[in-house]
Write a protein that binds this ligand. Structure first.
Ligand code: 13P
Length: 231
């Protein structure tokens, strides 16, 4: 299983260091060698963390090496911290920050070119979910426009928007059906995200085409994230 923690706009450099220290102490002894851990702290929390037990990536970056892009961070800045893992296409970036599919596809192409590991996020609104699986799949497939799904170093995170931060997880049936359909379209590891927590990880991780989880709220303290990872 893959366990990915998306801190979003939470934690500082100091609290991230403390968090990773706690994680490391426990993972060193108890991590299943088949499991893989990714941590996505905010950009200001990047530092020289090194561990064979987890990989630190970024939640976003601009698709450029360096240049005049006020407020953005490019390859040069990521390289300082040996970052080569990135989240692309999160619904919060699409919906709150206004990233278009075209911009997302450019970002994907750029970081693919650099050989980054990409966790590519897709997901539908409640309105679309209520129209049924055909509408859901049509929407999810449209989020692969311009994306090279043959890239060997990427994974997909399916995160229904209505399940993010709401405490309302998609049902086992919904996740099973959606992941089965997605697997036909893109044969890469599939993560589920949306209110994953200690209480539902056993059920979710047991679903056949769920290869991992992308966790927001329940990843914010090391104890609750470890509860997931070591369930
Ligand atoms: P929650 O786990 O808080 O629902 O967030 C999911 C998410 O958006 C991870 O990227």
């Amino acid at each position: 299983m893959i366990y990915a923690a998306n801190f979003k706009t939470n934690h500082t450099r100091q609290s991230t260091r403390e968090y990773l220290g706690k994680l490391q102490a426990k993972l060193l002894l108890e991590l299943n060698p088949n499991d893989k851990i990714y941590i996505f702290p905010p950009l200001t929390a990047l530092d020289e963390y090194s561990s064979s037990d987890f990989t630190v990536g970024v939640q976003n970056a601009y698709p450029v090496e360096k240049g005049a892009f006020t407020g953005e961070v490019g390859l040069e800045q990521l390289a300082e911290f040996n970052i080569n893992t990135i989240l692309i296409g999160h619904s919060e970036r699409r919906d709150i920050l206004g990233e278009s599919q075209e911009q997302i596809a450019k970002k994907f192409a750029f970081f693919k070119e650099q050989g980054f590991k990409i966790i590519y996020c897709i997901g539908e609104s409640l309105e679309i979910r209520e129209q049924g699986i055909e509408s859901v799949m049509e929407h999810l497939i449209s989020q692969f426009d311009g994306i090279d799904t043959t890239y060997e170093n990427f994974m997909v995170a399916y995160e229904p928007i209505w399940a993010i931060g709401t405490g309302r997880t998609a049902s086992v049936e919904e996740i099973t059906q959606t992941h089965n359909e997605l697997k036909k379209v893109v044969d890469r590891p599939l993560l589920y995200g949306g209110s994953v927590k200690g209480a539902n990880i056993a059920q979710i991780s047991a679903i056949e085409n769920v290869n991992g989880v992308l966790v927001g709220g329940a990843s914010l303290n090391p104890e609750s994230f470890l509860e997931l990872v070591l369930h």
